[in-house]
Design a protein around this ligand. Structure first.
Ligand code: GLN
Length: 313
């Protein structure tokens, strides 16, 4: 991508963001909010936000870009970075690196594949990642490390866990408990399922604004001025996983329409990476049938088209 598209100035990018936010405000089709976590079911489909962080740390924003929302599965990118730092390639003995083609919370493949989840971004895989970083630590310590990592990446200490969202997910976590117990039956869980689930629902309940999330994603652009939290080789691999698996059974569609690695969450957020150029965050709570933000995807598609950013040339 680097050689094909020249870096764009903030002055050129800001009107693009403003236009996208204005267009999204007019869109009649806004998707459906996640209904299985009561606290998220209360959201409205009205908000839309987009923020873009440049390698020098500057953050451009449009719409509700300073409003906090539940990052949910976007947290899986940060826990994966921590787990790889801690365990390195050992992690891949317990979780795969292939797209699933199944819903984020599906249990189908786990039975066929002996309790080894397809990738670290489906729920089962993310539970393994959390279980791996829990080993020998208290949930409080792991969540503290996660918050430190995110705050460092975002250069912002005002990032917290929404306890009401965590409690709400915990109370309805039947599917995730089933996934965890099933993996325990296959010897792929080291901690009691309740401990891993308790940690996982809190990591998903981290609340950030689009401006904070875009800034926190900057380390994944590998841009020279950005924060160096993981090695360049690892950045490439995390981006590869985001591209292939970051939108679950909608990953192929996201790659086709947007052409950038991305990770979605059922809170309506998406983080996308334009390597060497920018980290982009969108938020709109209405989801499509695959559980990915409807307007967020549309906005990312328009941004990629207008900037020419794509990892495919
Ligand atoms: N906490 C959510 C869950 O486990 C995360 C899912 C998501 O964001 N896709 O169901």
């Amino acid at each position: 991508m680097g050689t094909l598209t020249p870096p764009l100035t903030p002055e050129a990018l800001q009107p693009v963001l403003d236009r996208i936010a204005a267009e999204m405000a007019q869109e009649p089709e806004r998707g459906q909010v996640a209904s299985y976590i009561p606290e998220l079911a209360r959201q409205s489909t009205t908000p839309f936000a987009i923020a873009l962080a440049l390698p020098d740390g500057q953050v451009l924003r449009a719409g509700d870009a300073d409003q906090g929302f539940s990052i949910q599965s976007i947290s899986k990118v940060f826990t994966l970075a921590i787990a790889l730092g801690r365990l390195g390639d050992q992690l891949w003995l317990r979780v795969g690196r292939e797209p699933s083609g199944h819903a984020f919370n599906s249990i189908l493949q786990l039975e066929h594949e002996n309790g080894i989840p397809r990738n670290p971004f489906v729920n089962a895989g993310a539970l393994v990642v959390t279980d791996a970083i829990l080993a020998g630590h208290q949930p409080r310590e792991v969540l503290g490390e996660l918050l430190r990592f995110i705050r460092l990446a975002a250069a912002d200490d005002d990032i917290h866990i929404n306890k009401a969202v965590a409690a709400s997910e915990q109370a309805t976590a039947h599917r995730n408990i089933a996934l965890a117990e099933f993996m325990a039956a296959h010897g792929n869980l080291r901690n009691p399922a309740a401990l891993t689930i308790g940690t996982y629902v809190h990591q998903c309940a981290v609340e950030m604004s689009c401006a904070q999330l875009a800034r926190a994603g900057l380390f994944l652009t590998g841009a020279p001025g950005g924060p160096r939290l993981v090695s360049p080789a690892r950045i490439r691999r995390i981006n590869a996983l985001m591209m292939m698996c970051g939108h679950y059974d909608g990953s192929g569609e996201f790659a086709y329409r947007v052409g950038l690695p991305g990770k979605s969450g059922v809170g309506g957020g998406i983080l996308a990476i334009a390597p060497g150029r920018a980290a982009i965050a969108t938020w709109s709570p209405g989801l499509n049938a695959r559980g990915n933000s409807h307007l967020g995807t549309l906005a990312m598609e328009r941004l990629a088209r207008e900037t020419g950013w794509s990892v495919f040339g």
